[in-house]
Ligand binder design. Sequence first.
Ligand SMILES: *Cc1c(COP(=O)(O)O)cnc(C)c1O
Length: 234
Amino acid sequence: MDDLAPPPTTAAPTTAAIAENLTRVRDRIAIAAAAAGRQPTDITLVAVSKTKPAEAVRAALAAGQRIFGENRVQEAAGKFPGLRSDYPDLKLHLIGGLQTNKARDAVRLAEVIETLDRPRLADAIAAAIEKEGRTPTLLIEVNVGNEGQKSGIPRADADGFINDCKSRFGAALAGLMCVPPLDEDPRPHFTWLADRAARHGLPVVSMGMSADFDIAIACGATWVRVGSAIFGSR
Ligand SMILES: *Cc1c(COP(=O)(O)O)cnc(C)c1O
């Protein structure tokens, strides 16, 4: 992920429209949870605000949303400190591929890093935790489709990496995350991820975006990451 170029800021809907979109997404979560025999409170909504201005995040905060996802450290660093001073209970998740040289900023800035995906990044995050005296919650991203250009640990290496990270980070390692291939049925990928988390006793399964979060909930997602259905297209 190129973190050097400034991210383009894209237009966001009005404050009222963002509040309405949030209500609609929360309703869809409740319906999908009920259909799966689960409680809506078992599902955490991560509102993905990448490329959207701080005012859009503010609109979601005013509507009660507190958990946000960003994919670039620099963009998050520009947007969130100001919002945090007004909303101290805000939680920031980093959901984009993370460069090792951004690990320290990531550890300083975020409550959750969802994209731990290789041993060298684990080293960098461990060093950053030591230096910052602050331990974010960590998820391992799995490249469930084994796609060439995609971040995430390959499926075949997942068990070994999960075990290493468990012994290294303890309970800070909370679960697994994935983004399945765009052009495939996500179900087998979602099911594989939920099963893998269960086998390792990891409580969090982060999967599902605007187009497929209902399916992800049916397959066992505990966190869904929803951007465009809340903040408009990018
Ligand atoms: C952008 C993004 C999302 C949200 O995608 P939408 O389709 O806008 O809901 C979720 N997860 C990751 C990793 C993303 O980069």
